[in-house]
Design a protein. Sequence first.
Length: 377
Amino acid sequence: MYRVAISGTGLFTPSEVITNAELVAAYNAYAEQQNAANFAAIEAGEKQPLPMSNEEFIVKASGIERRYVMDKTGVLDPNIMRPVLRERSDDELSIMAEISVAAAKEALEKAGRTAEDVDAVICAASNHERAYPAISIEVQQALGIKGFAFDMNVACSSATFGIQAAADMIRSGSARAILMVNPEITSGHHEWRDRDCHFIFGDVCTAVLLERAETATSSNAWEILSTRCATEFSNNIRNNNGFLRRTREGHMQDRRDMQFMQEGRRVFKQVVPWVAELMQSHLADEGVKPEELDRMWLHQANKSMNDLIGSRVLGREPSREEQPNVLQEYANTSSAGSIIAFNKFSDDLPADSLGVICSFGAGYSAGSVIVKKLATA
Ligand code: CO8
């Protein structure tokens, strides 16, 4: 059995930013437009008017201040309210593969590795541009990696589940090094016309290079001490779109459930204790005391959720250094969130530092990865 390390991470950040002010202005213009169009039905009590959104609520309820997206023009146009992306020909690199390649190059460079060192690619994300051929195989070809590749989806926990899958393969010897990418174009399956959730998501892509700890030479390499994944069925976060859509009556209708839907408050209440318990039991089983942790890189969905989970695990409120948040800038980027935090806030820690990467989301699904910084210099 080999020991496994994360030896490099990469981050692709889209160039377009939507502030809360821009988002609220666009949504409110849309809501006013809809209310004017439905004036008679609203007056007759047959329809409810769409309520207005506001910036103060968004920051207070979530901690989110802005988000990056692949296209802001379509999202902010009250007549469109979704990103508008050019359709690519079958011979062009797909958009998910393109952003994956950008993030992957940074991860490889940081790890001091090239395509020849890598034996597999995993594309782990909460939605995929197409069913086949796999995005990961496209990335594999674009980077010139031999071996094999596959796509997987565990919603917001795709990255931590991907880390466990890759770590297990490296541990057993079926691959020397594995590149995992998390292209999250959440703007494509988000519902920008729903006041209750229109502020939640943003686009990004992260990449993680995993290899044998024995071969890791990067100055910011972290040994994976243990991984733990958990799932428990819940309908509270759901998207009913899928390949059987065209088999159903009225499949072309603009149905709300074809985009992201959630019972946000229930998710909050149920997921906080579940994830805190998962982290606590994982740490206890591995003989790691919470006070020994130097950092926790949590899923980035909601600041209060993270504060609560961190407080339960540590038994006190974690400082910003101990538990860095990136959601104020990136919003919820699904599976990429904890990896963005790790990418931005891990290289300052000294050798032997201990940390946990933890994700949680639809499914429900949650993943916990205990890591220790290697002394590679
Ligand atoms: N502006 C003003 N008021 C608002 C707004 C708004 N934008 N939205 C809601 N309100 C109002 C509500 O109507 C309600 O009013 P009232 O009290 O009069 O009924 C009041 O504000 C409070 O509303 P909520 O109860 O909904 O507000 P919360 O305090 O619960 O906050 C949150 C809402 C922020 C959504 C919170 O519940 C939350 O963060 N929950 C957890 C969400 C979460 O973590 N979800 C995980 C989803 S991510 C995932 O799993 C990945 C899925 C795959 C990716 C999908 C990509 C698209």
